[in-house]
Design a protein around this ligand. Structure first.
Ligand SMILES: Cc1cc2nc3c(=O)[nH]c(=O)nc-3n(C[C@H](O)[C@H](O)[C@H](O)COP(=O)(O)OP(=O)(O)OC[C@H]3O[C@@H](n4cnc5c(N)ncnc54)[C@H](O)[C@@H]3O)c2cc1C
Length: 503
């Protein structure tokens, strides 16, 4: 197509011939990632090296009226990093992966957003006294980038009980707006400010406009994040929870979590694997140590950190007082005896647990993710909702890819928990639409019946929110007004939340 060739040439003038292509196999490969959202194949894939190149590409896209989709590691599970429908330009950010500044005095690190969380944390660990980003990104952090994590409001790769989502660690951004202008948010919005050090001030929280936005408001090219000294002391234990006639497993887990929250105990990480999930692990022969440890119920593990042995012992005493009072069985201290906490903290479990979770069905498995935050007291309601969904759809799920539905709790905050999970099925083109349909049904049930707050929106979750009528007309109009002001030509990620269709 001559017009396409012309656009490729214009982009070549910006990034050079090596970093842009319209080759069919490459474009096709960028229509795929871990999720099974109906695949949109881009026309062009480009890998810029600087913010000004990103800016020039967006200017060309505006001139030519071509849609643009930013992509980090492509580890999104909800269709966020590929076009909705065919066509458009995918901007792959992974060449922009440098650490630009490590400000030890202010404990702030500034990076290009295409760096992965694991690379960033690994490099930080070798600087000075040894640092990390506190909340260390999503569990997909071996491939997921800082830009993707900030756009998806991620957590799950460790440190979330203490530091929350990665967006909470952000103190400023460099963003290329959909029309190509480059701005800084946070302290660096002051042209005379030397280094980023706070997100607030100089007007509203404009960083917030781009955090968790799934890329619809701009392309993040640099991010400044808080960094912390790696704790010198850490402890971790794992417990079995069994339901009783009087109280279900979920009710007991909820009580333990709530007590931890109310006492504000110093948890660094917290995970709860339901009995159903443990049964699945056992069924697939994964985590044999849990079977060897005679685990029949669910499992809960925590990690805690401190800067002295005395402080650590005190943490453990307070945290485990709660598990003792709840009558939970403590597993042995080694990984072989079932101590998932040790595996998680010491043996890369923080960036491996999800591979086990989502990878239960092997390389042909597909993950229909439904991860969300909810008030802790709702945990038993979610168990019920998933159970009802499983009862209703077991046969259908077997017919269209043979998997199941499940979740685990991956974090605890002072006032909410994170529930991660969804439907696991085998990838099968023939069933993609049917898989999409039941996935959406589960999302809409979470949204409508329990007021779920999902943290990645991608394609399917953002649209489910609109379809469920969850966004009030006033809120949705507000979203439209912002989007229209920033992106008058509907260039950036059109279709997410159905935005772009209305103006
Ligand atoms: C095995 C596995 C485990 C996972 N575990 C977790 C988890 O624990 N927690 C969690 O939150 N998620 C998890 N995810 C989902 C996903 O990997 C994360 O949300 C991750 O943060 C996405 O990062 P990414 O770089 O791969 O982004 P991508 O998938 O490339 O993109 C994600 C979204 O961000 C946008 N985007 C990417 N980069 C930019 C940028 N620079 N500027 C603007 N927009 C941008 C994209 O358009 C897209 O909407 C998991 C996925 C897998 C496969």
């Amino acid at each position: 197509m001559p017009q396409l060739q012309n656009v490729v040439e214009q982009i070549e003038n910006v990034v050079g011939t090596k970093y842009v292509t319209d080759s069919e196999p490459i474009c096709y490969s960028y229509s795929m990632n871990c999720d099974s959202v109906l695949q949109g194949i881009p026309d062009i894939v480009v890998r810029p090296g600087t913010a000004s190149e990103v800016s020039e590409i967006l200017k060309i896209a505006n001139k030519e009226k071509i849609k643009v989709i930013p992509r980090g590691g492509g580890a999104d599970l909800t269709g966020g990093a590929k076009p909705i429908g065919n066509g458009g330009i995918v901007i792959d950010m992974t060449r922009m992966n440098k650490i630009l500044d490590i400000d030890e005095a202010n404990r702030i690190v500034t990076v290009e957003t295409g760096i992965s969380w694991s690379e960033l944390c690994e490099k930080l660990s070798r600087v000075g006294i040894g640092y990390y980003t506190g909340s260390t990104g999503p569990a997909s952090g071996f491939s997921a980038t800082v830009g993707g994590g900030l756009s998806n409001n991620s957590l799950g790769g460790g440190g979330a009980a203490m530091y929350g989502t990665v967006t909470e660690q952000c103190v400023g951004l460099e963003v290329v707006l959909p029309t190509g202008e480059i701005i800084y948010t946070g302290a660096k919005a002051n042209a005379f400010c030397e280094k980023p050090f706070t997100r607030f001030g100089l007007g509203a929280d404009y960083s917030g406009l781009f955090l968790g936005d799934v890329g619809i408001h701009g392309i993040k090219t640099k991010a400044s994040l808080k960094m912390y000294a790696i704790p010198e002391y850490a402890a971790y234990s794992t417990f079995e929870i069994n339901g009783t006639k009087q109280e279900s497993e979920a009710v007991i887990a909820t009580k333990v979590m709530t007590k931890w929250q109310h006492k504000e105990l110093p948890l660094h990480d917290f995970y709860y694997y339901t009995k159903t999930y443990i049964n699945m692990l056992t069924l697939f022969g994964v985590k044999k140590n849990l079977a060897n440890a005679g685990v029949k119920g669910g499992v809960l593990f925590y990690t805690t950190v401190a800067d002295s042995q005395r402080a650590l012992d005190y943490n453990v005493e307070r945290i485990e007082k709660v598990t003792k009072e709840a009558g939970l069985r403590k597993l042995g201290p080694s990984v072989e005896e079932g101590n998932l906490g040790k595996w998680f903290y010491e043996e890369d479990g923080r960036w491996q647990w999800a591979n086990i979770y989502w990878g239960l069905l092997g390389p042909e498995g597909t993950s229909l993710g439904t991860c969300l935050k909810c008030p802790t007291y709702q945990l038993p309601d979610y168990v019920k909702l998933y159970q009802e969904f499983a009862n209703k759809h077991t046969k259908t799920m077997l017919d269209i890819g043979g998997g199941g539905v499940n979740f685990i709790v991956i974090g605890i905050h002072p006032c909410y928990i994170d529930i991660t999970g969804g439907i696991m099925l085998h990838t099968d083109k023939r069933y993609r639409e049917k898989q999409y349909e039941i996935w959406k049904e589960l999302l809409i049930a979470q949204i409508k019946e329990l007021g779920a707050v999902h943290y990645w929106m991608g394609e399917i979750i953002g649209r489910s929110l609109v379809d469920a009528g969850a966004l009030t007309p006033e809120y949705y109009n507000f979203m439209i007004s912002i989007k229209k002001a920033l992106d008058p030509n509907k260039i950036l990620c059109p279709g997410k939340f159905y935005l772009g269709d209305q103006y």
